[in-house]
Design a protein around this ligand. Structure first.
Ligand SMILES: Cc1cc2nc3c(=O)[nH]c(=O)nc-3n(C[C@H](O)[C@H](O)[C@H](O)COP(=O)(O)OP(=O)(O)OC[C@H]3O[C@@H](n4cnc5c(N)ncnc54)[C@H](O)[C@@H]3O)c2cc1C
Length: 301
């Protein structure tokens, strides 16, 4: 597991806690393994996410577009939060506009949020500096004009001959993720951080890594019809040893000021930071605010 974890987290493993494992790594069923060995049978569909749903249309965004009819009248997009005044409960956007709030639910990264608070709070800033660390990522999409050679969804790559720790056949999630006809697509994720630098030429490194991993051959390169690069500053909230201590300082302070920070980087709990978790965090936060019902997805002891 060490090579895979080093490659994925881009963070010194001895500075991470193991609390995230229970929720995110499939627990080995020893009896099942022994049975499979005795009966010499392959057993690929195990673990909590061996089945999942994905929108037929609209890619990942298709999930969230379904929320649109319910929220569209109260939705303002493409405005960037620049500051929060805790004393008079106003927020300010980068375009200079201000807005009041009674209760604020935040999903922007918590490390940035604490820097936007006014008055400044050194204890919070120190806590964030001490315990909130993240890695970043280069996401490379590759479109290939061929029938998809595999029925797999995603695969992990601990080896050193590819930059990516994971590659996904995104076209296997829905045929509508690629044009009609013989096309398939790959999404290759490479992490980086101050602890792990990545060469700038990441697209070429990724294509070479795909060859080295035998996902494509050199001649398949002739059929590559598109590549796409997305750089993500906040990729994984690292479960560092001091993360929970930091959250125990930051979150109660925010709550005292009627701010609830939830979601992947708002709540900063990797183990409950996937899409399904993040949506449930929103649902439960609103339930808590409206009826006092305790949240179960986002919580720190
Ligand atoms: C490459 C990749 C692959 C992934 N694959 C999966 C997967 O297969 N399954 C899965 O469940 N999850 C996956 N995830 C994780 C998934 O994207 C997150 O769990 C989910 O998006 C978290 O939702 P969220 O609302 O908490 O945060 P986000 O979706 O990050 O939303 C936060 C929002 O805050 C906005 N924001 C930030 N700062 C400001 C500001 N100052 N002012 C205004 N707005 C601001 C951002 O623009 C963003 O829209 C993946 C993520 C990546 C990057």
């Amino acid at each position: 597991m060490l090579p895979q974890n080093k490659k994925t987290w881009a963070h010194p493993l001895d500075q991470m806690n193991k609390d995230w494992i229970a929720e995110r790594v499939s627990i080995v069923d020893l009896k099942r393994i022994i049975k499979n060995i005795i009966f010499k049978q392959d057993d690929v569909s195990w673990g909590p996410n061996n089945q999942f749903k994905f929108p037929l249309y609209g890619g990942t965004g298709g999930l969230f577009n379904k929320f649109m009819p319910y929220v569209k009248d109260n939705l303002q997009l493409n405005r960037k939060l620049a500051g929060i005044n805790l004393d008079n409960k106003t927020i300010k956007f980068t375009d200079g506009q201000k807005m009041d709030y009674d209760i604020l639910i935040n999903t922007s990264p918590l490390d940035i949020l604490v820097n936007m608070l006014s008055p400044k709070n050194d204890k919070l800033l120190d806590a964030a500096g001490m315990g909130l660390e993240h890695n970043s990522g280069h996401i490379i999409g590759v479109g290939i004009q061929q029938a998809c050679p595999s029925n797999k969804c995603w695969m992990y790559f601990p080896q050193g001959d590819s930059p990516f720790y994971r590659t996904t056949y995104f076209s296997n999630y829905s045929p509508n993720n690629v044009p009609k006809g013989k096309y398939y697509s790959l999404m290759c994720e490479t992490s980086f951080s101050p602890y792990k630098q990545v060469d700038k030429n990441i697209t070429e490194l990724t294509l070479q890594g795909l060859e080295n991993s035998k996902l494509i051959s050199n001649t398949d390169r002739n059929d590559i019809v598109s590549t796409y690069q997305l750089d993500v500053e906040h990729l994984y909230p690292i479960p560092t040893l001091k993360r929970n201590d930091a959250l125990r300082i930051i979150q109660p302070y925010l709550k005292k000021h009627d701010i609830y920070s939830r979601g992947r980087f708002g709540g900063w709990l990797y183990e409950v930071g996937n899409m399904d978790h993040s949506v449930m965090q929103g649902v439960e936060t609103v339930d808590y605010i409206l009826s006092g019902k305790a949240e179960t997805t986002w919580k720190i002891d």
